[in-house]
Design a protein around this ligand. Sequence first.
Ligand SMILES: Nc1ncnc2c1ncn2[C@@H]1O[C@H](COP(=O)(O)OP(=O)(O)OP(=O)(O)O)[C@@H](O)[C@H]1O
Length: 323
Amino acid sequence: MITVRNLRKTFQTPLVQEGRFSGLRTLFSRAYKEKEAVRDVSFEIESGEFVGYIGPNGAGKSTTIKMLTGILHPTSGEVLINGYSPQKHRKRVVGQLGVVFGQRSQLWWDLPVKDSYEILTAMYRVEESTSRRRLGELTELLELGELLDTPVRKLSLGQRMRADLAASMLHDPDILFLDEPTIGLDVVAKRNIRGFLQTLNRDFGKTILLTTHDMDDIEQLCQRVIVINHGQIGYDGTIDELRNRIGLPTMMKVTYRGAVKVPLTWELPFRVVEQEANVLTIACNRQELKAMDVLRIVSSWGEMDDVHMEEPEFEEVIHGVYN
Ligand SMILES: Nc1ncnc2c1ncn2[C@@H]1O[C@H](COP(=O)(O)OP(=O)(O)OP(=O)(O)O)[C@@H](O)[C@H]1O
């Protein structure tokens, strides 16, 4: 279980001095400006949850993850991973965490992948037979086969990400923190990574906190989403509740066999957005009105041939939350 209580992080950066010898004067100046990257963030994540942690650029996501993993110390507030602070009980907590930063590899650049794995399993003190069995399983799940003998610098981005994911799982942690694990990947590589993460969560019960700008990642993988904006939590709940809260309309396209006669009235419980010959586009709020009720009304306007419904894109919903 992950507990985050009133977490804050304020960075201090030297104020840049103007004028002559500005570089030197900045170096020796005691003037700082403060940046509140994370302000009063609290949440709890139960074992086995798959949670998306999303927000616009600079919202405070990476800073939060760095405090959850113990890399950064909070200015105030606390983090507990299965009851222990990653800052105070680093050794104990590190064994329970797997971490992947998509922008940076934890593997040794010039070494073949399997040599990095050997170093990591030794660092985590994983017993040899256990590590061999686990690497076998990970090699199969992530199709690492021929990559194991290749130096990391020669891997494609997708291959490197798979190798990094395996590295984060070598000590079989219960909890995974993933910061943009699909960044820059093509659709096939993304699908592979998502499949692997789904297996980890569903079949092996791993708790996963995922940060990404890819809303398909979130929609396909996460049961719950936490939105952070300007360092504060703006939403914490299911994707469906989020859709409801933003209340974007469902669009219905109704095609008629022949002529269609829209009555001249303002009292419709939905909006007729457009009429093009025998095709009507209708916007309705599905929280207030069932599709069947809409159809009952529009079927009296002509002989219906086809109906097509389009739920609002998750990207649009998120755009609504960020703004
Ligand atoms: N070491 C640092 N020193 C000073 N300011 C920092 C530092 N690290 C982050 N910040 C600032 O804190 C804010 C939050 O940054 P953070 O990297 O957590 O955002 P993010 O949500 O992960 O953004 P992105 O989606 O762009 O990766 C930003 O304004 C950033 O410039």
